[in-house]
Design a protein around this ligand. Structure first.
Ligand code: ZN
Length: 234
C-alpha cells in the first residue's frame, strides 16, 4: 500500500477507467470515483457506471472497504461549447488537422482540473486517469507530457502536492486486458468484458467475445483487437 492519503479515479464506466479503478483499489486505502455528464450523445457509459462500481465491490472485501464515494458531476458546459461527434449528431470522421472529430478539445484538461478541485476538498492526493499514448487516436490531451505539465500547473495553482497517475499510458489494449487479469484474475476480466462500455455509438445489443458494442467504431475496433491479442497470447 502506498502512503498517499487516497486516490480519485476519473471513472467513465469504460474498460480503461474500470481497469484504472481496480489498479487504484489494489494500491490505495481510500479510493473515490468521479464521472462527468457533458452532454455525450450516448449516455450508455454513464448508465453502466453504478453496476460496474457495484461489481468492483464484489471482487474482494478489501476493495469493497477501500471504495468510497462516487461523484457524478454535470459538465454540460463542455457539450455546449464544443462541436464533436461525441456531443453532436454528426458522423465520426477525420478532420483537416489530423484528429478525428471524436476529439473533444480540452476535455481531459477540464476533467483533471475539476477532479483536482474535488480532491482538494476530499483530502485525496492522487488523481488516476486512463490516458494512454500507445494506441490512442492521437488525442493531444492523452499525452504523458500533457499530464505531467498539467500536474505541475495544478500544484502551482492550488499549492498542493497532487500526483497524476496514468497506469495505462505506455501499454496497449491487449496489455490493459492483461492488467485486469493481474489485478483481479479472470473474474475481473469477465466483469470488464460484460459490464463496461466503450462503444462510441452507444450500441449495447449484442455481447461479443470482447464485450458489448457496434463492433465497427474506432473504440470497438481497438477493444476487440486488444481482446483477441490478449487471448491469443494466453
Ligand atoms: Zn462501437
Amino acid at each position: 500500500m502506498s502512503n498517499a492519503k487516497g486516490a480519485l479515479v476519473l471513472f467513465s464506466g469504460g474498460q480503461d477507467s474500470t481497469t484504472c479503478a481496480a489498479w487504484a483499489l489494489a494500491r490505495y486505502e481510500r479510493v473515490e470515483t468521479i464521472g462527468f455528464d457533458y452532454g455525450q450523445r450516448h449516455a450508455v457509459e454513464l448508465a453502466v457506471r453504478p453496476a460496474v462500481l457495484q461489481a468492483l465491490r464484489t471482487m474482494s472485501p478489501e476493495w469493497n472497504a477501500c471504495l468510497g464515494e462516487d461523484h457524478m458531476l454535470d459538465l454540460g458546459l463542455l457539450g455546449r461549447i464544443s462541436d464533436t461527434s461525441l456531443t453532436k449528431d454528426v458522423a465520426i470522421a477525420m478532420q483537416e488537422n489530423g484528429l478525428p472529430n471524436t476529439f473533444v478539445p480540452g476535455r481531459n484538461l477540464l476533467f483533471m482540473m475539476v477532479a483536482a478541485t474535488l480532491a482538494y476538498r476530499r483530502g485525496l492526493d492522487v488523481l488516476v486517469g486512463g490516458m494512454c499514448e500507445t494506441d490512442y487516436s492521437g488525442y493531444p490531451d492523452c499525452r504523458n507530457d500533457t499530464m505531467q505539465s498539467l500536474q505541475a500547473t495544478l500544484n502551482l495553482g492550488m499549492a498542493t502536492d497532487l500526483r497524476i497517475e496514468t497506469p495505462l499510458m505506455w501499454i496497449d489494449k491487449a496489455q490493459t486486458w492483461e492488467l485486469a487479469r493481474e489485478l483481479g484474475g479472470e473474474a475481473l476480466v469477465e466483469m470488464v468484458r460484460t459490464e463496461t462500455h466503450t462503444c462510441y455509438l452507444g450500441e449495447r445489443g449484442e455481447l461479443h467475445d470482447w464485450g458489448y458494442g457496434c463492433g465497427a467504431c474506432p473504440a470497438c475496433e481497438l477493444r476487440a483487437k486488444g481482446y483477441r491479442a490478449f487471448r491469443e497470447k494466453a
